[in-house]
Design a protein around this ligand. Structure first.
Ligand code: FE2
Length: 505
């Protein structure tokens, strides 16, 4: 059954109410209520949603303008039509300016009344469809963006970019609630054009947190005090702020702030409605993404615990992965890798020998050299490690570190015998860092070498085992961070130790 449009007729003259209601009730699609007491009518409007209100303009001490105000406050799309027996141009202009839809002059004909009501309801339907379309489009874009990324900060920045585009704003930010922080609203993402004061966006003004202080005031639209200025140039400098809470089951998880630096484009009622829906969907998406991040962290800490357990079994390699990660980072930084790639490097280095979980203790800790059979088992750790992580989506980027860190530049390494730049750069970087650390620490089959000897070994095997370019970068990085290297390995390094030029091939 189709919903009927809800209409309220308000007039202190009962005859007008009755006549109008009778005319409208002939239409099966309309549900009509009448009220002769303006006070009661305002209560009705506030407590119940009407699609269209026909109201007298003057009702004793009450004005139809009060009705208009209450109706638009209840639902900004409500269609309000004034009825008056004393039409003036001023009345009409004032009413339309305040948001009334149309004017009917009493006494009116049936045809006039029906035509006005039908036009009003059609306008309402179009406006609601337009808002729904906008919402759906924005939601689709946000959902699409959120679906493409697994990292919270990337997801939030995408929400902001879309919000800025959809709402034509110059700056936007998302602050998320973190009760563990001294200032509980922490900026998670911020997008702004240059030259815009960031204090509102960073939650340093009262405006930006208005939405948070009260759950009732969901959106606060604040104008600068100079809004009343007659000077047009002055008005151009006015900034409109908007702060919208991000709610999950009534709980504020953060706020979405927007800043529009031009009074001529203040936020329209329809936009505010769309924003409420978008903020609600974005809040859920953020919550899901945050859950995913938490899940990822939990998963990662489980894997790291596993990697630490492997390291703990090998009594000679305590702290090996931490040192190797540090050394590999020194090299990667020289390549200008971004934060995401550095994070993968850190995971890859930490997990590079995870396959040793399948190597028996008797082989892992055997004093002296391994025989052929034992060596074959030991060498399986790269493929075994790859099999462990390849089934876990977010660890898959670590595969090049795990599978390729024992490949040799001249093709004589394992497991695939890859050569030169066909070995992933990740594997080539780790090979240098891993070998250096292995050389300067005790192993079951030999005592540690000095840093100088290890450097010489890297140089000697540059172009054979190691990528010459990476050896060169590594030695330069060691030289740059000499003091830290001395602390890590507890050994003084003589000046110039790292400046030995690698053999060129
Ligand atoms: Fe290894």
């Amino acid at each position: 059954m189709a919903f009927k449009s809800r209409i309220l007729v308000v007039d202190d003259d009962p005859e007008v109410c009755d006549v109008a209601a009778e005319m409208l009730r002939d239409n099966a699609h309309l549900a009509v209520a009448t009220e002769t007491d303006p006070e009661k009518a305002i209560g009705l409007v506030k407590g119940s949603q009407f699609d269209l209100i026909l109201t007298d303009l003057m009702m004793g001490s009450h004005s139809g303008m009060e009705m208009l105000e209450a109706a638009l406050e209840a639902d900004p799309d409500t269609v309000v039509v004034f009825m008056t027996g004393y039409p003036t141009v001023e009345n009409a202009t004032q009413a339309l300016k305040c948001g009334a839809y149309d004017f009917l002059v009493k006494p009116f004909q049936l045809g006039q009344l029906l035509a006005t009501v039908e036009r009003g309801l059609r306008k309402l339907q179009l406006s609601r469809e337009n808002i729904r379309l906008k919402e759906q489009l924005a939601l689709f874009k946000i959902a699409e963006a959120m679906g493409l990324t697994i990292h919270l900060s990337t997801a939030l920045n995408q929400v902001l970019k879309l919000t800025m585009k959809e709402f034509h704003v110059e700056a936007a930010s998302i602050l998320l609630f973190d009760p563990s922080k001294p200032t509980p609203f922490v900026v998670q993402a911020l997008q702004t054009q240059s030259g815009i004061d960031r204090s509102f966006l960073e939650g340093k003004t009262n405006h930006s947190l208005l939405a948070v202080k009260s759950k009732i005031v969901e959106i606060e639209n604040v104008y600068a005090s100079s809004v009343a200025s007659e000077d047009i140039l002055e008005q151009d400098r006015i900034t409109t702020y908007l702060s919208c809470p991000l709610l999950i089951r009534g709980r504020v998880i953060g706020v979405l702030n927007m800043q529009r630096a031009n009074v001529h484009h203040e936020f329209a009622t329809g936009e505010l409605q769309s924003l409420k829906v978008i903020a609600s969907k974005a809040a859920y998406a953020i919550s899901n993404s945050k859950l995913y991040d938490d899940l990822e962290k939990a998963y990662l800490s489980t894997i790291m615990a596993l990697a630490n357990a492997v390291e703990a079994r090998d009594r000679y390699t305590s702290g090996h992965t931490v040192r190797v990660t540090y050394l590999a980072e020194l090299i990667a930084r020289e390549f200008g890798w971004d934060e995401e790639r550095m994070f993968i490097l850190s995971m890859g280095c930490s997990l590079h020998d995870i396959g040793k979980i399948g190597v028996p203790d008797s082989i892992l800790n055997k004093p002296g050299f391994l025989n052929q059979r034992e060596m074959t088992i030991m060498r399986k750790h790269t493929e075994l490690g790859a099999r462990i992580v390849e089934g876990i989506d977010f660890l898959r980027p670590c595969l090049p570190y795990i599978i390729a860190h024992h490949e040799w530049w001249d093709g004589s390494g394992y497991p695939s015998g890859l050569k030169d730049e066909r070995i992933p750069r990740e594997g080539r970087i780790l090979a240098v860092a891993d070998s250096f650390d292995a050389m300067v620490t005790d192993r079951p089959y030999r005592r540690s070498r000095s840093i100088e000897q290890a450097v010489q070994e890297l140089v000697d095997f540059s172009g054979k085992q190691f990528d010459p370019a990476i050896v060169e970068i590594f030695l330069a990085a060691l030289d740059k961070h000499r003091e830290k290297i001395e602390v890590i390995y507890g050994a003084a390094v003589s000046d110039g130790s790292f400046r030995t030029a690698p053999a060129k091939t």
